[in-house]
Design a protein around this ligand. Structure first.
Ligand code: KG4
Ligand code: ZN
Length: 345
């Protein structure tokens, strides 16, 4: 059972990234070219601009990844790349590069599902056996799924509108918080919330009435209520702290409620022997979220597993690792595959 080496390429959103990972769990190199400065003034990601950025940077990102790992393309056992889901103009930049590299060098090609890669990342850092539950909470995703095995997932619930991180970012913007040099306003929101009284303002719990027993998330109504509250109530700094605290607590409670429904359904009703609760995504770095999730996992006697923050965001490492898992299972793709921007998991 020889050690395998995989190159992973990710261009599904705004970051151009590549990495080389080995089957004995070593990250030999990792390069991320962020486009944040380009999209921030536009108030969001512009897909065609993001695609141009990938076209411009991907060749150098791949070369640098190989150089830093001190391996040549001949040493690579397979090339893994995000096939979907993702932005339609962005995915082909990575996929076409990977296909050509693989075809010319006669290497196996592995088209990776971006969400499967997020879910499998935990297995790179903390050996976690199937089945396990995964909660993905980031700027782009709010997704709950059971990972039964490689390529075998049950999607239990997702957001009906905006992702939790997106709501956090919009509220932070409405509160005019200083990002303090961080790459997102999330940490600033956490900081002001820690100084606030979460009970001063009452916010509506999402999906409380009709859809109480449905496993799904919703943050846009909450976001709108908070934005209205900000317009009406913010006079002094304490108002900001109290609103942030109420908003953060409501987000956590909403996620907790749906997570408990999902754990009950899977572990009690379906009798699935889940081994862990894997939580990934930028929002998982919030201490209040984390301690609540730890508590929820504990009440079902399973550990909370969180990959380190740099592996929670979109990155080439998770694509390379998902590629390794698929390579070892013999799950390879043809050089003729095309992108799947709306690929269900
Ligand atoms: O996974 P991630 O870094 O990037 C993508 O979404 O791809 O997630 C970023 C999201 C942002 O919405 C950010 O505001 C949020 O995670 N976030 C936080 C915290 N740190 C990052 N939200 C709450 N508290 C934090 N400490
Ligand atoms: Zn992602």
């Amino acid at each position: 059972n020889k050690k395998k080496i995989v190159l992973g390429i990710e261009t599904s959103c705004d970051d151009t990234s590549a990495a080389i990972v080995t089957s004995d769990r070593q990250i030999l190199s990792e390069v991320v070219k962020s486009q944040q400065e380009m999209h921030e003034p536009m108030g969001g990601i512009v897909p065609t601009l993001a695609s141009l950025g990938h076209s411009r940077h991907l060749p150098n990102v791949i070369c640098e990844t190989l150089d830093r790992a001190n391996v040549s393309i001949a040493d690579i056992d397979a090339i893994a790349v995000t096939r979907g889901p993702g932005l339609p103009p962005c995915l082909p930049v990575g996929l076409n590069a990977a296909k050509t590299l693989a075809a010319v060098n006669k290497k196996p090609l592995i088209g990776v599902h971006h969400m499967e890669a997020h879910a499998l990342t935990a297995r790179l850092t903390t050996p976690t056996s199937f089945p396990f539950m995964t909660l993905l909470i980031s700027g782009g995703h709010t997704l709950l799924l059971t990972a039964n095995g490689l390529g075998d997932y049950d999607q239990l619930g997702t957001t009906l509108d905006t992702a939790v991180g997106e709501a956090i970012d919009k509220v932070a913007r409405a509160l005019k918080l200083d990002w303090e040099g961080q790459s997102s306003p999330g940490p600033a929101l956490e900081r002001v919330a820690s100084r606030g009284d979460p009970t001063r303002f009452q916010l509506p719990m999402p999906m409380l009435q009709r859809k109480k027993s449905v496993i799904a998330f919703s943050f846009s109504g909450l976001k709108t209520s908070v934005e209205r509250l900000i317009q009406d109530q913010v006079k002094i700094e304490q108002d900001i702290n109290d609103i942030a605290a109420a908003f953060q607590l409501t987000c956590i409670r909403h996620i907790e409620q749906k997570l408990r429904l999902a754990l009950h359904q899977e572990m009690i009703m379906n009798k699935k022997p889940l081994t862990a609760l894997v939580v990934s995504g930028g929002v998982a770095s919030n201490k209040m979220f984390r301690s609540k999730l730890e508590q929820v996992a504990g009440s079902y006697d399973i550990p909370l597993v969180c990959p380190p923050p740099q592996l929670c965001t979109d990155n080439g490492v998770m694509i390379a690792w998902a590629g390794l898992e698929r390579l070892e299972a013999g799950l390879l793709d043809e050089y003729t595959i095309t992108t799947l921007p709306k690929w269900p998991i």
